[in-house]
Design a protein around this ligand. Structure first.
Ligand SMILES: [Zn+2]
Length: 243
């Protein structure tokens, strides 16, 4: 890490994305914190135009500061979507200073907004890790979690209601069955008391005493016997007459 004079209000330290610049003293709003510096690159120079790194600070269409040099401590300042500092660009002087836009307390990480182009090219694809974006993500996660819990509670409530409904239904069916059983028992008891042979009782009586209903075969035999009896009476009377 670079050696920083103790009179400076910042130090390089660990941040959530690697290294960052942190305040060591209170910094008043509007104060110049540090200069962002490095070799000036001219876009009309083919060699300059071929240089590519994460620390290029474009001043205008022609001039760019190459901030990748070690001495440029400002290159440790991370981007934030809701920063506490800003880059103050003086195009005419081709100078950039980082200035506090609010009061910064010792221990606070110093950051500024890198701008839309940088954000789109480098941060959006990997997801911005700044405090504001992390907070937003955390909030979203908490909301998603709460929503999951809500849905789960809803499902459990529904299942409970369904179970209660089912239990009620079964209880009702049980009561109905019990009532039917009771009714049929009282009918059976009545039958036993008055001796009428209905249903099972009649069937049993028939098979036991053999005096049940008459079958067609019985009826025929009875009819033939009647005819024979009549015939014999006739014979007897005729014989009597001829005698
Ligand atoms: Zn962000």
């Amino acid at each position: 890490m670079p050696a920083i004079p103790s009179n400076k209000p910042y130090r390089v330290g660990r941040s959530r994305t690697g290294l960052g610049l942190f305040a060591t003293k209170p910094i008043k709003k509007g104060t110049k914190i540090i200069r962002y510096f490095g070799p000036l690159l001219d876009s009309r120079n083919k060699k300059h135009d071929a240089i590519e790194n994460k620390y290029l600070f474009e001043l205008n269409g022609r001039w760019t500061i190459d901030g990748s040099v070690r001495k440029n401590v400002a290159r440790y300042i991370n981007h934030a979507c809701k920063p506490n500092a800003e880059s103050d660009v003086n195009v005419r002087k081709r100078k950039v200073v980082i200035r506090a836009i609010k009061k910064i307390e010792p221990g606070d990480e110093i950051n500024y907004d890198y701008g839309t182009d940088y954000f789109k090219a480098y941060l959006k694809p990997i997801g911005c890790k700044c405090a504001a974006c992390e907070k937003k993500r955390k909030k979203k996660r908490a909301e998603a979690w709460a929503e999951r819990l809500r849905l789960k509670a809803k499902a459990e409530k529904k299942a409970l209601k369904e179970a209660e409904k089912q239990a009620k239904k079964e209880k009702k069916a049980q009561a109905k069955l019990q009532a039917r059983l009771k009714a049929s028992r009282s009918v059976n008891e009545k039958e036993k008391l008055n001796g009428s042979s209905n249903g099972l009782a009649r069937a049993n009586g028939k098979s036991l005493n053999g005096h049940g209903g008459k079958s067609p075969a019985h009826k025929m035999m009875a009819a033939e016997a009647g005819i024979l009896a009549k015939a014999s009476v006739k014979q007897v009377s005729e014989g009597h007459a001829s005698a």
